[in-house]
Design a protein. Structure first.
Length: 568
């Protein structure tokens, strides 16, 4: 089936190009069937009157040229001249895959094709029908076997990845695992325990937790008719776990989780549809000590990874609630929050215009702005100024005091700062919220965190206070790769050993590798008995520290292997 579909897809490109060249036709639709393909085109020519046999001959002449079929992906702004992207209307993309059939045709396409037109077989025009004023429907098929099938050669399947998804080759994966290990080690140092949750959740478990971002959740109906969704983040599934296993989990529960999540987002550099999140949360305590400890832990992690200049900017959703009350605009709370969240990305004038457009008055906007543009240079001074405005609102005073406690516990004014523009767009935060930003090189945000005391209650029927956050571990790894940042864990690395496989001495090499592994060493046994030079060349390229050689000379000399130090 896959072979036939590839043949029909390549055929459709040839048929369309023939119609375009000979009759100035334009595609308006296509429909694939199991054994045929329908093509709808517009043309000023009455295509029902064309000579079907001649048309078939023209298409088959192209097929018989045995043209290679290739593809290449281009950034949308670097497409070759003449590529028609009108059929991509409605699709948002940054890259376009172009399929070329020799010198005959080049069109955008994401489908599977043959590798040469000789694999298509003989074209058969089944029918031409007029279905509109100037619209014509061509039913197309192929007869006989293409070259690949007639010779019992398996059809070549083009290796490719879905947009927004990645493979990780060994060297890159090693770096990722080292970074993961640093996070895990420091998490456990602070008493956090590992947790894993499944890829799929019931859709209603996730629904209503992500605000405007809910449209990015992958959701579908499974074969059993259940509405399910791929997990969007790690926080909501963790809340579900705590509610589901409350008889097994003792509070406070400190957990960390490093797992992939999925988002139906537009792909671009650094933004993927499948990526890893790295979360840590403390559930079951309302104490600000847990928030302060998380911030201290995050600082230690970034320092261990080698980052020198970064900030932890903190605010409190209780303060944001109080601001809406102070501005007498409680019904516009979320409009205010989202405007503040975008404060750094827009001018004050643009923010003001946005808030007024959403129903706030000039006086209300000025009150909101007065809570952002605070007097003072230190966090404590700014909070003191804010208290003059919000101190009479209990929720505002409570939020200010919580931040004072956290800032006092961490006691690092250089890194931890109160920032009234931190608002965190998600709907479930209830208290302190903070964002970790790497300053050097303009890297930007690498973690978003906060307190969410009400989330677990939506599954449990009672509130369970919780705090924690998500590290942008993918962004951190990309920055480290781009900068060539070396992890300071070389002392923990074991040397890598390869055991050569000498002709006639495979058993000896096998036993030697087993002996070295029993001693706790990392050993690669070369699988084939090739010339030593080839094996040493392989060892050099793979970066092995030592090669153990046990052949005829070594056996005759007493059986001790020769150890060759490789230069690195």
């Amino acid at each position: 089936m896959a072979i036939l579909q590839a043949r029909l897809e390549s055929l459709q490109h040839i048929v369309l190009r023939t119609l375009m060249k000979n009759y100035s036709a334009k595609q308006v639709g296509v429909q694939k069937y199991e054994d045929k393909i329908r093509l709808d085109v517009k043309s000023d020519v009455d295509l029902t009157q064309i000579d079907k046999k001649e048309f078939e001959l023209n298409v088959n002449n192209v097929i018989n040229r045995k043209l290679d079929v290739s593809n290449k992906t281009y950034p949308i702004n670097e497409l070759p001249e003449g590529i028609d992207i009108s059929l991509l209307r409605g699709k948002q993309m940054n890259e376009v895959r172009v399929v070329s059939i020799g010198d005959f045709d080049s069109e955008p396409c994401d489908d599977v094709h043959v590798s040469n037109t000789s694999e298509i077989g003989q074209y058969k025009l089944l029918s031409i029908e007029k279905v509109g004023k100037d619209t014509y429907r061509f039913m197309n098929s192929v007869q006989g076997l293409g070259d690949a099938e007639s010779k019992d050669v398996p059809q070549k399947i083009e290796p490719r990845l879905l947009k927004g998804f990645r493979d990780f080759l060994p060297e890159e994966l090693k770096l990722r695992k080292k970074v993961f290990a640093i996070f895990e080690k420091i998490f456990e140092k602070y008493g956090y325990e590992p947790l894993e949750t499944p890829i799929l959740e019931y859709f209603d478990i996730l629904m209503g937790k992500y605000g405007e971002e809910e449209k990015l959740v992958y959701k579908f109906e499974d074969s059993g008719g259940r509405k399910v969704a791929m997990k969007y983040d790690l926080t909501v599934p963790t809340a579900r776990v705590l509610a589901q296993y409350q008889d097994k989990i003792k509070l406070p529960f400190k957990r960390y989780q490093i797992q992939p999540v999925w988002r139906a987002d537009n792909t671009q550099k650094g933004r993927f549809r499948e990526f890893y999140q790295c979360d840590a949360d403390c559930l079951g305590t309302a104490s600000m000590t847990a928030d302060a400890e998380f911030i201290s832990m995050a600082i230690e992690i970034l320092e261990k990874l080698g980052f020198k200049e970064f900030l932890v900017r903190i605010n409190n959703r209780k303060i944001l609630n109080a601001i809406s009350k102070y501005a007498e605009a409680e019904d516009k709370f979320y409009e205010i929050v989202y405007a503040i969240d975008k404060w750094d990305k827009r001018t004050p004038a643009a923010t003001k215009d946005d808030l007024i457009a959403k129903g706030l008055s000039d006086a209300q906007v000025e009150k909101v702005f007065s809570c952002i543009n605070l007097l003072g240079t230190t966090s404590m001074e700014k909070l003191n100024d804010l208290e003059k405005k919000l101190g009479s609102i209990p929720e505002g005073k409570e939020g200010i005091n919580e931040l004072r406690e956290i800032i006092g516990l961490v006691n690092n004014e250089v890194i931890l700062k109160y920032d009234p523009t931190i608002a965190r767009g998600l709907t479930y935060y209830t208290g302190p919220v903070w964002e970790i930003t790497v300053i050097e090189g303009g890297v930007g945000s690498v973690a978003g965190c906060g307190r969410y005391d009400k989330l677990v209650g939506s599954y449990l029927g009672r509130d369970i206070p919780a705090t924690g956050g998500s590290f942008g571990i993918e962004r951190i790894i990309e920055v480290m790769k781009d900068r060539g940042m070396a992890l300071n864990d070389q002392s923990e690395e074991q040397e890598k050993i390869m055991v050569a496989n000498m002709e006639g001495f495979t058993k000896e090499a096998f036993d030697l590798a087993a002996k070295l592994r029993a001693e706790g060493k990392i050993v690669f046994l070369y699988p084939e008995a090739k010339k030593l030079g080839k094996q040493l060349e392989f060892a050099d390229k793979k970066g092995f520290d030592k090669v153990y050689i046990l052949g005829e000379n070594e056996i005759n000399a007493g059986g001790a292997p020769q150890v060759k130090e490789m230069k690195r």
